[in-house]
Write a protein that binds this ligand. Sequence first.
Ligand SMILES: Nc1ncnc2c1ncn2[C@@H]1O[C@H](COP(=O)(O)OP(=O)(O)O)[C@@H](O)[C@H]1O
Ligand SMILES: [Mg+2]
Length: 162
Amino acid sequence: MQNEKCKMGSETPVVVPVTEEYHVAQARSAAKLLANGLGLSEVAVYSVATAVSELANNLFFHTSGGGTISLSAVRRNGSVGLEIVAEDEGPGIADVKLAMQDGFTTNGGLGGGLPGVERLMDEFEIESSRETGTRIVARIWSAGAMLQPLKAQAWLAQSKVG
Ligand SMILES: Nc1ncnc2c1ncn2[C@@H]1O[C@H](COP(=O)(O)OP(=O)(O)O)[C@@H](O)[C@H]1O
Ligand SMILES: [Mg+2]
């Protein structure tokens, strides 16, 4: 993970704290803004917005203290992408493999959140433990190299979403 970060260009993330239910919508809006600003395809913009909604919902519904959604523009091998990092400090996911299965839920949800995020995004990594909580990193890539991540990032930071 650390190595991968070094190889990738990454702008300063926009961090949206999620402790209230309406923060889910804020995180989603911020993600849509950045995805549009990066010039991602319409499908990718909706994928990112949906993924962020699901991850932010999980922060609100499945953790004790909420967490953060960090959004950043990333670059790798001539491609531009959007990275979502969802982090919290617990309680952690007891069985990650099980949680990644469609329909698995511990609180009467639909259980389609995490597997849906994995399908919608190009890359998906999850680390979870009772001690440190959960950290999910998901990325989507655009083949077009004409995009301007720095500009989009500055624009998003300025818009003060979240
Ligand atoms: N951030 C998190 N912290 C702790 N548990 C989580 C977290 N995110 C997901 N989970 C666990 O994984 C399960 C599956 O999540 P998900 O696929 O989003 O379905 P749902 O939210 O509908 O239950 C949840 O029911 C919950 O037990
Ligand atoms: Mg969920």
